[in-house]
Design a protein around this ligand. Structure first.
Ligand code: DON
Length: 309
């Protein structure tokens, strides 16, 4: 089926491909270093059909920080706002995603928001479940529902690779445990967190997740409610203020779409009441966002007047 986006996306992918050469594939998680630097892909879901670019849109990649949006929604569904925001704040940091600085300089030392690693670790510690297996099954099931794809699972190799090298995240978790932001065993939490980050999707899955968020948390195919409207609103607001880390301000100006990136090169975009966007481009800029993906979103936003501002 030829959709109205198809030609445009082809042209846009051609335009942004060159930027991949000036980015860098994440290698602090060794398993991510094998990604192909020049890959760029996009999918748009408008509720009727998914239209692909010429990009590598069938390639699977791990959610990484995009999972932070989903565990936040789940934690809010598990506990309600008051409880969750006792553990994690609502303010952007202006710091890199893995920074420890503000945990120390702010009293009480709860993380400033759920989109930075410290905040996401605190949120993950809230997910209900008797065991890590049960918690992970809940997150995977949630991602399957949001994307309408029952084959979604997590990548064991990527999870293991991150678990074995996640000493910075361990430091964040130990710091928060000392200050009573989290309780329980740190390595248990890291085991769950790294598996949650290693859930694997393709661009189409991401576009459908974006679409569900854009449409008050409703299932992309049959409109039943997966996320309560109020929580979907809250999550999208965090995507605007903190979704692209310390690039969120510039992104709001240049693109103006609630979005969330991950170091594997994925970006999910949710245009309120409109389309869902899934992007993949593993070459990252210095802030950890897909370099070509950011350019692509700029082009999409300008071409289709997607900015919410
Ligand atoms: O915790 C980490 O460092 C990774 N699992 C996720 C970080 C991430 O995706 C930051 N994104 N830009």
């Amino acid at each position: 089926m030829v959709c109205r986006y198809e030609q445009d996306l082809k042209v846009m992918i051609e335009k942004v491909k060159k930027y991949t050469a000036s980015g860098k594939v994440a290698d602090y998680i060794p398993a991510l270093a094998t990604a192909n630097q020049s890959d760029v892909a996009v999918a748009i879901f408008d509720g009727s059909a998914t239209c692909f670019s010429e990009g590598e849109h069938h390639k699977l990649f791990t959610l990484q920080s995009i999972s932070k949006v989903l565990t936040l929604a789940l934690a809010l569904m598990d506990h309600g706002e008051e409880y969750v925001f006792e553990k994690v704040g609502m303010e952007p940091t202006g710091d890199p995603f893995n920074s420890i600085a503000k945990l120390e300089s702010h009293v009480p030392s709860k993380p400033l928001n759920p989109m930075i690693n410290a905040g996401a670790l605190a949120v993950s510690s809230l997910i209900k479940g008797e065991s890590n297996e049960e918690k992970l099954n809940r997150v995977v099931h949630f991602v399957r529902e949001l994307s309408g794809n029952n084959n979604i699972s997590y990548n064991k190799g990527v999870a293991k690779s991150e678990f074995e090298t996640a000493d910075l995240n361990r430091s964040l978790a130990y710091f928060m445990k000392q200050h009573h932001v989290i309780t329980g065993d740190v390595d248990e939490l890291l085991d769950f967190y790294t598996k949650q980050c290693a859930i694997e999707v393709d661009c189409e899955d991401l576009a459908k997740i974006g679409y569900a968020l854009a449409h008050h948390g409703e299932h992309p195919d049959n409109s039943y409610s997966i996320i309560p409207t109020e929580i979907a609103r809250l999550v999208k607001t965090f995507m605007v203020t903190c979704g692209m880390y310390n690039a969120s301000g510039e992104f709001a100006i240049r693109v103006g779409i609630p979005a969330k990136s991950g170091v594997s090169g994925g970006i999910v975009g949710a245009v309120p009441g409109g389309i869902g966007i899934g992007i993949y481009g593993p070459a990252l800029d210095e802030k950890g966002n897909s370099i070509a993906g950011m350019k692509l979103l700029e082009l999409l936003s300008s071409q289709y007047h997607l900015s919410i501002f």
